[in-house]
Write a protein that binds this ligand. Structure first.
Ligand SMILES: [Zn+2]
Length: 277
């Protein structure tokens, strides 16, 4: 074979995966604004005293994923009660510009069209507006759902917040390990325990390339760069193992990493109502 012909063949071989990607499922991603946090002392985000006394500005983000005509909402932000207020909770000052349902209305999506709500973990800043989707199937880490059902003295709101899924009015998919949400590999919950027992990140394979949504595997660019473990994580060793897995997946897939609370990272995705495919 002549060199030119060999190069043409090689070119065709490398072009093929891109052509296949073009023919993949129709997946679209929107980033929703689910609140802002001013943290006056970031100390509890490191169990090695890296952030003692330092302030940090975080955002709260949620994500709408359309797969054909099906929708998955990933995380539900801080409580809708915060709308129009400035709520101080310890080192945190919370604000919320718009509820999830009103952002969905802007793009003509009704809450009842959201058949699946996936939450990265059970913390309040990811479950605040879950009540607006009480009809949906809840996709949640099995470890987190077990903790919710067992109840917690420090989280008395769980019984009310998760009532439809605890009493069986609405369906629950308690995910152990990974979960291929639509059965075609396009959207996958990745088991990343440690922040909470059933914490998950979300991989979304768009035609433009894969996006890896962190959940709270990391809270900030700084904590990603230095593998920091918050003091309030449920398991330090699991967290470190999940950090290792997350970073290897991101590298191997050349994924766009979006740390959900990091202002610099959410800006990697278009501002709502723009989407990415
Ligand atoms: Zn969070």
């Amino acid at each position: 074979m002549k060199i030119a012909a060999a190069l043409t063949l090689l070119g065709a071989m490398f072009a093929a995966p891109a052509a296949l990607a073009q023919a993949g499922p129709d997946v679209e991603l929107w980033r929703l604004d689910c609140g802002d946090f001013q943290v006056s002392d970031f100390a509890e985000f490191s169990d090695t005293h890296r952030y003692d006394g330092k302030p940090y500005a975080l955002v709260d983000s949620c994500y709408l994923i359309r797969h054909g005509s099906d929708y998955l909402l990933w995380d539900t932000g801080i409580s809708g009660d915060v709308l129009g207020k400035k709520v101080v909770d310890g080192a945190f000052t919370l604000t919320l510009k718009a509820r999830v349902v009103s952002q969905l209305a802007q793009i003509g999506v009704k809450p009842t069209q959201i058949a699946r709500v996936g939450i990265s973990h059970y913390h309040d800043d990811h479950t605040g507006q879950l009540g607006d989707f009480a009809h949906a199937t809840l996709l949640i880490g099995a470890g987190d759902f077990a903790a919710i059902k067992a109840g917690s003295a420090s989280r008395p709101n769980w019984a009310t917040l998760f009532k439809p899924w605890i009493d069986g009015t609405a369906k629950v998919d308690a995910v152990a390990g990974d979960k291929d949400v639509f059965g075609d590999g396009s959207v996958e919950m990745l088991g990343m325990p440690g922040h909470t027992p059933g914490h998950h990140s979300l991989l979304v394979r768009l035609r433009s390339g894969p996006v890896l949504l962190s959940g709270d595997q990391f809270h900030a660019t700084e904590s990603f760069a230095h593998d920091q473990v918050p003091t309030f994580n449920t398991d330090r060793a699991d967290t470190l193992a999940s950090i290792d897995r997350f970073k290897q997946i991101a590298t191997n897939l050349k994924a766009k990493v979006v740390i959900q609370h990091e202002p610099a990272d959410v800006a990697k995705l278009p501002a709502f109502p723009k989407s990415i495919r």
